[in-house]
Design a protein around this ligand. Sequence first.
Ligand code: NCD
Length: 653
Amino acid sequence: MGKRDLITIADLSDQEIVGLFDLADTMLARDRTGLELKICAGKIMATLFYEPSTRTRLSFESAMQRLGGSVISSPDMKSSSAAKGESIADTARVVSSYADIMVIRHYWDGAVQAMAEYADIPVINAGDGSHEHPTQTLCDLYTLRKEKGQLKGLTVVICGDLKHGRTIHSLVYALARFGVHVITLAANGMELPQYVIEKLESEHHYSLVPVASDDLQAVVTETDAIYLTPSQPHQLALFTQVDADVQNRLSRMLSGIKFDAFYVTRKQKERMKGENTGGNGSYPKIGERFLKEKRFKDTVVMHPLPRVDELSREVDKDRRGIYFKQAAYGVPVRMALLKFLFDALGSEKTRTTQKRATLYESPEPIGSQCLNGNCVTRTENASTRPRFEVLFTGPGGGLILRCLYCDHQHKVQFIGHTNSRRYCPYDITLAETVREWLKNRELAIFDSIKQAEELAYEPYKSGPQRTIMDEAEIREAIRQMSEQILEEREDPDRLLILGIRTKGVFLAKRIAEEIERRQNRKIEVGEIEIYGSGDDLRRLSPSEDPEPLPLNLKDRAVILVDDVIHTGMTVKSALSIIFKAGRPKSVRLAVLVDRGHREVPVKPNFVGKHIPSSERERVRVKLREVEQDERDKVVIYSIISPDFSNQRSALSP
Ligand code: NCD
């Protein structure tokens, strides 16, 4: 059975949105006459809220009941099986068989999309992390259109926390689609995220021009407003550089602009993990000064609510404050949406999520990951696999992956060919090759060389190998490093040898054995996984316990072990995993080979051998535990840069 979900505002076409508004008008009129609507009689709506809500949940429930349907509700999912560790996938499957439609709010970006994939009933996103809140946008647009008569050509200033506010993200996409000019007025450090801006540019042809605006001083002091404008046919699109002349013209133009609405939002403190919630400088505020300013005399003030102190109570009494009306429209708009989604069931016209041009899902178990730590692909990988849209339009010809769940983007570092099991760094000359591999499902994308090597991919075209450490030298290096570790006279009970998976783990075990032999006692060994799909940290030994306790890092003297240190990025990730899990007394780094070329200030404490190498050279540690029938050795070889002038032949497997 075909179903329609509403996960992002892009799931509805412009026409459908206008249709919904007409339907909402009917709902509003009928509701006033008290006429009963039985459109949803016999149907059940489930509301699953993993985050607090007043307006969204209650207006949905009110809408369903007004349509003659009934509601089952879990307003606090913390008191559901989610608290026992149930996956969102299982929850979605189960609730699918209890209800006919599901409304979900979750704190992870992309979680509602993930749940919709497991539910065979329509799913509505009532807010997913910092990502989107499409039904709020429907209410916002409906209110704005009712107030101003039409949307096209209006100018809306969106202000406050534009970084974490999901209502803002859905709203700007919609405003762009309906030809509204947008001025962003962000609190310092809470600017519109780059991925949103890039999407506005690439999908809605919006250009972005920063302007210092004195006109907005009644709202903030000292700020740069950003002006987003449809680039066609608007002449601003001609300006790619913001020089003084352009600034002046823009300022003049801005001073002539009629501000139709201010859309105010609160600071989303709950989403600022580890960020400074105070921000720097002032937070845009609507109050007395705004009300007095002549040029705002026809400017309406909107807010998705709840408000904190960015919108003063004085505005409540003013005709321009329309936020309670905006909240009230939540019912007719959501009634219209419920009818629309039920009508769409089984219909031919079932629309799958927006035209996702080129999709990519790794054919390999390890591959590129979304960089957004709050993305559902990172927080619950039991229910999701990273999936991306491939964009061939990155700056400087970069290849970009856009996460299908949360829209965050990152640049492709390495590409590999699944059949020939070879990889190389991506560059623009490979675009055609990549398209072809993608089409044939032969494209592997890696965030690092380490990922490629984990899967035994070899670099494209390599020169002759030279052995730089043999078995005896490796044995001696391990002996020496163990001795140096012992010289530090660390309490052996505190010592934790933590190997970075995979080769670092075997070296960690060898170091631990060496220390155990000298000390005649057991040393704890653990494993850390940087691109993990499960636990990042695991205890390996002593392992008498069939279900070993998790590693306790508190006050431990950690010796982090890896085979080769190069850029230092792996170590950086390892440190962040370690410090997330607990606070050790110290972390020291032991590596068999240091080849230089650091990107971050990391210096190993214990080094088996320094091997100055050129960027183009590769150093590979071969260990008998990993490579069958091989003796331990370290080899160095060069990558002969493939001749990309003739891509096909250079990269033909
Ligand atoms: C918003 C939300 O939850 O994102 N509230 C709402 O749905 N009306 C805005 C907010 O919480 O600030």
